[in-house]
Design a protein around this ligand. Structure first.
Ligand SMILES: Cc1cc2nc3c(=O)[nH]c(=O)nc-3n(C[C@H](O)[C@H](O)[C@H](O)COP(=O)(O)O)c2cc1C
Length: 395
């Protein structure tokens, strides 16, 4: 049993996850593409934004409640969609959805989740659920996934566009972790050194299949065939014409996940999307991709209030969240922190992460002389220019 009194931040959750998971599984979550420059920059970029505190203010009564996609939310955060979660902890998606529902924040379910969208909806009817769509070559699968999400009452559809080329993640290659984990002596040793994970996941719940897809693909019978189907049938190309079709199919909020440029943001708006989740996939795909935070000011300047602008990648602290809000974001999604939290302690771990983040957001708000989220603005931050005179108005 995890003692959460000793877990003070995401780095502590990460260490607890590393102690629970076999190394190749931990590396799959933790790692990034190639030299991991994008991954590191996703963190270091926050050091280039600092606060301009306001001290002469009565901040005794504060609220971090806000509005996300036009609905009240308990905090300006949500959990980003992640595939494979149930390989990190049994029933991980359920744990995340429950923790999010308790805090009234949204949870993004991945196409590659270990639970079907219908089962999750039935298990946590009160949750704010968003469905993340990876697009497949067979349009019948895309249409079926979208209409099932609609039928199951998902609030938003997040179409991920930043994985249009298969990534090169070298930690996974070194660990022999592609479709499944190679049974090398070293990997067997890594697995045997994590008996709790063996008990809970490997022989307990079992490695997950992808039930969202399995309905449409009889060849999916286990974890390996699911991963194989997923990687062999994805459509590595999604354009504005596809987005318009998607817009006609999906009646709820439609967000494009992965757009980072102002010109693309304007175009997806033109196609009828309601918003974007700016993302570089947590530094897992394009090496040296700019951090979404760096691109945020120019995107917000271009689209104004005409679309919902959320972002993810690198958010670990309440202060990080407040920096993005001050620069014009509506909300922030967290990926790896939630994966570490669920591995560290299931639903209680995710709730602990949410509580830590909420507390830090609230504290930061107070230091800035604010009592509500909608009081935040660019006036609250001081932004370094990475390369003076270049690429205005980025960081
Ligand atoms: C283990 C893992 C699995 C992921 N799977 C998906 C996925 O299935 N669909 C998707 O759109 N993004 C996926 N992502 C990306 C996240 O949604 C999110 O963009 C990213 O994790 C944010 O960066 P952060 O981890 O630094 O918070 C995944 C990320 C991780 C770490």
């Amino acid at each position: 049993m995890q003692d959460f009194r000793k877990i003070h931040n995401v780095e502590d959750l990460r260490a607890a996850a590393a102690a629970y998971l076999p190394k190749p599984v931990f590396d799959f979550i933790d790692g990034g593409a190639e030299d991991e420059v994008a991954l590191r920059n996703n963190r270091s970029v926050f050091e280039r934004v600092r606060f301009r505190p306001r001290t002469m203010a009565d901040v005794q009564v504060r609220s971090i409640e806000t509005t996300l996609l036009g609905k009240p939310a308990g905090a300006p955060i949500g959990i980003a969609p992640m595939g494979g979660l149930s390989s990190f902890s049994p029933n991980a998606e359920l744990a995340m959805a429950r923790a999010c529902a308790a805090a009234n924040i949204p949870y993004g379910l991945s196409t590659a989740a270990g639970i079907s969208m219908e089962d999750l909806r039935a298990a946590v009817p009160e949750a704010r659920l968003w469905f993340q769509l990876y697009v497949f070559r067979d349009d019948r699968i895309n249409e079926a996934l979208v209409s099932r999400a609609q039928e199951a009452g998902y609030e938003a559809l997040l179409v991920t566009t930043d994985t249009h080329v298969a990534p090169k993640r070298e930690r996974d290659r070194r660990n022999g972790f592609s479709l499944s984990l190679d049974k090398t002596p070293r990997n067997i040793m890594h697995v045997l050194s994590r008996p709790r994970w063996i008990r809970d996941v490997l022989v307990g719940a079992g490695l997950p299949t992808m039930p969202n897809l399995a309905v449409h693909a009889p060849e999916i019978v286990d974890n390996l065939s699911a991963t194989k189907f997923f990687s062999q049938n994805r459509r590595y190309g999604f354009d504005y014409a596809h987005l318009r079709v998607m817009r006609r199919m999906w009646k709820g909020k439609l967000l494009v996940k992965g757009v980072m440029r102002p010109d693309e943001a304007m175009q997806v708006l033109e196609c009828g999307a309601d918003g974007i989740v700016m993302s570089n996939h947590g530094g897992r795909n394009l090496e040296s991709a700019a951090a979404p935070l760096e691109m945020l000011p120019e995107v917000v300047d271009a689209v104004g209030k005409r679309m919902h602008v959320l972002l993810d990648s690198g958010f670990r602290r309440g202060t990080d969240v407040v920096k993005a809000l001050a620069l014009g974001a509506e909300g922030v999604l967290m990926g790896r922190p939630a994966a570490f939290a669920v591995a560290a302690g299931g639903e209680a771990g995710v709730s602990h992460l949410v509580a830590l983040t909420r507390d830090e957001i609230d504290r930061t708000l107070g230091y800035l002389g604010c009592t509500a989220i909608d009081q935040l603005g660019r006036d609250h931050v001081l932004v370094d220019r990475a390369m003076p005179g270049r690429n205005e108005p980025g960081l």
